[in-house]
Write a protein that binds this ligand. Structure first.
Ligand code: G6P
Ligand code: ZN
Length: 578
């Protein structure tokens, strides 16, 4: 036996050594670690867990085992959301990549790469895939969360087939193949060669911005953003979009530097929870509801895929946002000037988008929760724009949701609507755009109630009870003031590959288009999270300005009664309302 560097520093005894051109590959013995089950958003655990022993190395080796020979000789991308441990993790991943026959790794400078930027990088450089070090909007730091996910060659999250295989390998792993190479300096752009293996440190904005430039009219955006009467705030919540905000919004598009808030990415996200919603982006909310509120406000999450859009004293729900972007895309965004191929939303997202699809005569798809379901539609050129109620909006320029894309989409709509408005005259505001949309299409009042940390057994019993209600009900039945059209547990058949996803959420659809939906979160970490989604439609213009909670009071009561939620869970209030 001879000594080799351990993935976590120090040295360990190795059993075998192979010589590659320019470096040796050492076989480091390891043992399976429990609980490395990989979801479609990758593996997420406490940072300390990832930093312990071979935890990260085991998962990465299992990934390479799952990819097998196909990945040998290929180039992959690597980067992350700027959180604590990313820079150290890069060095471990590079040694394993070298040891497993990857020929080249393209790494974002300082280990940075937003999720949609990785998707763009993979697509533009025709990479085999890419690794993103992120736990999305979960807090970061030594006591918080870390995560890793793998995206495939179209830039899309790895399918379940691969994530299942990775998990399989984690349960039987016995060996790490470590390339014996030194740490790579991530602070400088450039290529370092180790014989047959090379590492290219790249500007993490390059491919992403090149893609955004193909989508949007940058000169038009620049002209609008430099207007004296335009003002905005973009809050990066000290997460990854901080690294993109200044080069994009200020340098490329002429925004004012003071319009960027919390735009320095920090390893602990400044101690915050970088999730762009009314609860966690409260600093931005205060600015947007102040006397000096700017025209436009937006925020993004830890890894840059989510977004929240605000106007002065106005919140655009994610469900309305995707509908309004779709309705205005052809006129405001050059990439869509030939029209849209189709649109899609996740099942619990409001039906606002459906009405736009009908008016524009577009193919429309309703998918289960999770961005991965949009990928097939996009690859088959069936979907141009899609969105989810969970603050995800995007298009087929990449295969991830894209926070800054949504920001530029809204800025483009504002720019187009204000083209003829002379400086000094009142600008067409975000609220005006939304009100106009409602006048044309009606308003889908919408709210989501989250019950976090519910006992799993209680949550499952409630779902079972709801299954019973579905089985016992028929079209025409009365639920409070609502008359039932259909009730089911949502099943999705992918129109492209025919795959079927069952049990994707309990839904009651009423004859006026109002809906009650229940599902259990797939991303929680402790116990179960019940999500209750409520939607009621009106085309009565006199009620458009009403508060959603007011309008939905009745149907929320009906939902709670139907589900017996309080009886099953003991909860009389949700943890979060969005
Ligand atoms: C992640 C996915 C989204 C999905 C969301 C739902 O953010 O990327 O596509 O909408 O999770 O999470 P949930 O907790 O409702 O299952
Ligand atoms: Zn995210």
């Amino acid at each position: 036996l001879e000594a080799a560097p351990s993935p976590r520093g120090g040295s360990v005894k190795v059993a075998a050594v192979a010589q590659m051109e320019g470096f040796t590959v050492k076989s480091v013995p390891t043992k399976p670690i429990e609980g490395q089950k990989t979801g479609t958003s990758g593996l997420r655990k406490k940072t300390k867990v990832f930093m312990s022993e071979n935890y990260l190395a085991n998962w990465i080796q299992s990934l390479f085992n799952a990819l097998g020979k196909e990945a040998v000789g290929k180039t992959i991308g690597l980067g992350g959301d700027g959180r604590y441990f990313n820079k150290e993790a890069v060095q471990i991943i590079l040694r394993l990549a070298a040891g497993n026959g990857i020929s080249k790794v393209v790494v974002g400078k300082d280990a940075i790469m937003a999720t949609p930027a990785m998707s763009a990088l993979i697509r533009r450089r025709s990479l085999y895939g890419g690794l993103i070090m992120s736990a999305s909007h979960n807090p970061a730091g030594p006591e918080e969360d870390w995560g890793i996910k793998f995206n495939y060659s179209a830039g899309e999250p790895a399918p379940e087939k691969i994530t299942d295989e990775i998990y399989g390998f984690t349960t039987s792993i016995g060996e790490l193949k470590m390339g014996d190479i030194p740490d790579v300096d991530l602070s400088k752009v450039g290529t370092t060669k180790f014989g047959s293996f090379e590492v290219e440190v790249v500007d993490y904005t390059a491919e992403y911005f090149a893609t955004l430039k193909e989508v949007f009219d940058f000169p038009a955006l620049r002209a609008f953003m430099s207007r004296a009467d335009f003002s905005m705030v973009f809050d990066a919540l000290h997460a990854v979009t901080g690294a993109y905000a200044d080069p994009l919004l200020v340098k490329e598009l002429g925004g004012k530097p003071d319009s960027l808030h919390n735009a320095v990415p920090l390893e602990d996200f400044g101690g915050g929870h970088p999730d762009p919603n009314l609860t966690y982006a409260h600093e931005l909310v205060e600015v947007m509801w102040s006397d000096k509120a700017p025209v436009f406000g937006a925020a993004s999450d830890g890894d840059g895929d989510r977004n929240m859009i605000l106007g002065s004293h106005f919140f655009v729900t994610p469900s309305d946002s995707v509908a309004i972007i779709a309705a205005n895309a052809q006129a405001a965004i050059p990439y869509f000037k030939g029209g849209l191929k189709g649109v899609a939303r996740s099942m619990p997202t409001s039906g606002a988008l459906d009405r736009v699809a009908t008016k524009l005569g577009l193919p429309f798809y309703e998918t289960p929760t999770g961005w991965k379901f949009f990928g097939n539609l996009m690859d088959a050129e069936q979907c141009s724009i899609c969105g989810e109620e969970s603050f995800g909006t995007g298009a087929d320029h990449v295969r991830e949701k894209d926070g800054l894309w949504a920001v530029l989409a809204w800025l483009s709509i504002l720019a187009q609507k204000n083209k003829g408005v002379p400086v000094g005259a009142p600008l067409v505001s975000v609220k005006d755009i939304v009100m106009d949309h409602w006048k044309q299409f009606g308003r889908n009042f919408y709210s989501r109630y989250d019950y976090e940390g519910v006992e799993s057994e209680a949550a499952n019993k409630m779902i079972a009870h709801l299954e019973g209600v579905i089985a016992g009900s028929k079209k025409g039945d009365k639920f409070g003031d609502y008359v039932l059209e259909t009730a089911d547990n949502f099943t999705y058949t992918d129109p492209i590959d025919g795959s079927v996803a069952k049990n994707q959420g309990i839904r009651f659809v009423f004859q006026d288009g109002s809906r009650i939906i229940f599902r259990l979160s797939g991303t929680g970490s402790a116990g179960a999270t019940i999500r209750m989604y409520i939607e009621a439609y009106t085309n009565d213009a006199s009620s458009f300005e009403k508060d959603a909670q007011e309008v939905l009071k009745g149907i929320i009561g009906t939902a709670l009664e139907t589900s017996k939620l309080t009886e099953f869970t003991g909860r009389d209030k949700p943890t979060v309302i969005t």
